[in-house]
Write a protein that binds this ligand. Sequence first.
Ligand SMILES: C[S@@+](CC[C@H](N)C(=O)[O-])C[C@H]1O[C@@H](n2cnc3c(N)ncnc32)[C@H](O)[C@@H]1O
Length: 251
Amino acid sequence: MPSINQNLRAWDNDWGHDGSKWSLAWGSDASMWRHTVHARIGRFLPCANLLEIGPGRGRLTEFLLPLCESYLGVDLAYTCVKACRARFPSAKHARFTTTSGTELFAAGSASIDFAVSWESLVHADQSVLSSYLSELARVLRPGASAFLHHSNLGAFIGKDGELEVENPHWRDPGVSAESVAELCKQHGLHVNVQECLQWAVPYYSDCFTLLRRPKDPTEPTPGIRRISHIDMNGEMRVARQVTEGYWFTNR
Ligand SMILES: C[S@@+](CC[C@H](N)C(=O)[O-])C[C@H]1O[C@@H](n2cnc3c(N)ncnc32)[C@H](O)[C@@H]1O
């Protein structure tokens, strides 16, 4: 399973690109944002104080920055923090900083109105997720939500303890929708939605969890809305076709 040190070795260097090549399945970063990310989190935006965990080199950050009054990006890799500072020099409301990979010390308690993590915590194991969920229970304003993209490969561990599917995108094999829902419960967070999805594979390798810090501990726990019928590979394909078909003309 990818440890924090392995993540550091993988990401704390010059990638030779800014992450855009991972958006090619959608046609572009903007298309990924419009068709997939904004489609899911748009109702929480704009917001006052936004937190992004693992911004990398700012692939999603570009679209988040205009939609908040204050932005905090925390990444394990200092080279990513430096790359974001260099990429968004005029974003005076943005702060980019490092984390040890488990904490959100840069964020004050109950200070965050919405948090998002995209294609970063998929490489995090159960202990890292547990630490971040504990931190989110502290930093989210009561009533605020977070959208986390994480692994679901843990759902494919066989009776012999071995992974029964391929793991081409370095997902953590121990994390699943179910294990994250359980961690949320342990940390007093409510899960509103869990969407299991295919990430360029034919099985549900990944999961999006939309969670919320309840306004107070007596708030009734909602049932989890589970979505697993969306064809994510098809969603990417349609996004690319629409983008290539329409988003090329001058206005
Ligand atoms: C595949 S890149 C994705 C970056 C960005 N979200 C994007 O979509 O382009 C993974 C990022 O997650 C960061 N990362 C990995 N583990 C992390 C952790 N435990 N805490 C914070 N960032 C982490 C890496 O440093 C890297 O920037």
